[in-house]
Ligand binder design. Structure first.
Ligand SMILES: NC(=O)c1ccc[n+]([C@@H]2O[C@H](COP(=O)([O-])OP(=O)(O)OC[C@H]3O[C@@H](n4cnc5c(N)ncnc54)[C@H](O)[C@@H]3O)[C@@H](O)[C@H]2O)c1
Length: 335
């Protein structure tokens, strides 16, 4: 079997603590080169994963003909530009969310990926979490509109760079996109509008953009999903729960580890529990490897990336205008 040679651009916390350990345990991957604008970070990551070399020059990774797949795990302001450069260098791309900080840059990424015929995956791992996949399977047998609720609450400190508009894009663009994608996966219909009520709940002297909101997405088939995204939550309380309802059935997922489902398979209640929290990162990378090896559809390709990105921009617009914002089908699929 072909082994996929990997280069990293961005060797910060998530790359080192999440992606690299997963890759090192998956024989489909081999880490070749590691790049960071902070050379010490690249060196430390290279040592930690026993990589081939480290550098502070992105072109060294992009011009390395042995590298098949580039991980873009930098802060959010460089994702689009690096994705375009990687696509033009004919590298497959695993880009952490968000796809870009604005819609125009999403389209540039989509164009470069399509023109250069490379695989692209955005890091919306939660939609691939095993318990979310199980929920989707269960509801496939059920007719009716879905109502769902997701909570993501945590103390998300003022000092975090995600809250800086030009670097992180804010909480909804930078992180909420995970949940918007999760809803779009659960509901088998197109999102048609988004309404968000919220604002800046952290210190407004420091955080200059909205950081918390209740966001409701309506789908073409009438399904409705709401997420509470709270930046001033409490770390001793479970960060994320998901509830899904349809046609007298209910599913409750607690922290991507436990799931209770009610009214399915002739039972009142079934409970399952995983050995550990699984937010889908391993599945995502394994499916991406298969897509590259077998030349099949990548798990979180361009249209999936674009869909949740568009919703995230409209969340900010909705908060600002205090109005529901419509989503046109043409905006969420790249031709
Ligand atoms: N999927 C998830 O659940 C999840 C969770 C956490 C973080 N993330 C994502 O991972 C990415 C990285 O986040 P993090 O928490 O590791 O941040 P971080 O600040 O720890 O790491 C970012 C790294 O990128 C480097 N960098 C910045 N600009 C660069 C550039 N132009 N070229 C090369 N290197 C550059 C920085 O020096 C730093 O080492 C973000 O996109 C974030 O949203 C995803």
């Amino acid at each position: 079997m072909k082994v996929i040679n990997v280069g990293f651009i961005g060797c910060g916390s998530f790359a080192v603590n999440m992606h690299m350990p997963i890759i090192m345990k998956n024989s489909k991957f081999n880490i070749v080169g590691l790049m960071d604008i902070n050379l010490d970070a690249a060196k430390a990551a290279c040592e930690a994963c026993n990589g081939g070399y480290f550098t502070d020059d992105a072109d060294k990774i992009l011009n390395d003909s042995s590298i098949d797949l580039v991980f873009i795990t930098t802060r959010h302001d460089s994702h689009a530009e690096l994705s375009v450069r990687a696509a033009k260098a004919k590298k497959h791309i695993m880009c952490e969310k968000p796809m870009a900080l604005n819609y125009e840059d999403c389209l540039k990424v989509a164009k470069a990926v399509k023109e250069n015929n490379v695989k692209y995956t955005i890091g919306y791992n939660r939609g691939l979490a095993p318990l979310v996949t199980k929920a989707k399977e269960l509801f496939q047998e059920v007719d009716g509109k879905i109502m769902a609720y997701h909570r993501i609450q945590a103390p998300f400190p003022e000092s975090h760079w995600t809250h800086i508009k030009d670097i992180g894009g804010g909480r909804f663009v930078g992180e909420g996109c995970h949940i918007f994608d999760l809803f779009c996966r659960i509901v088998d219909s197109k999102p048609v509008s988004v309404f968000a009520a919220g604002g800046t709940f952290l210190d407004e002297n420091i955080v200059k953009i909205p950081d918390s909101a209740n966001v409701t997405i309506t789908f073409e088939d009438g399904s409705v999903c709401t997420t509470l995204i709270c930046s001033q939550g409490c770390s001793s309380f479970e960060k994320e729960v998901t509830e899904i309802y349809c046609n007298n059935r209910a599913i409750y997922i607690n922290g991507f580890k436990e799931m209770e489902y009610y009214g399915f398979e002739g039972h009142d209640k079934i409970k399952i529990e995983l050995d550990s929290v699984d937010k889908g990162q391993r599945t995502e990378l394994d499916q991406l490897a298969d897509a590259i090896i077998n030349d099949t559809e990548s798990p979180n390709g361009i249209d999936i990336a674009l869909r949740a990105a568009v919703i995230s921009y409209k969340v900010n617009e909705s908060i600002e205008k205090k109005l529901p914002i419509t989503i046109d089908e043409s905006e969420i699929s790249y031709k």
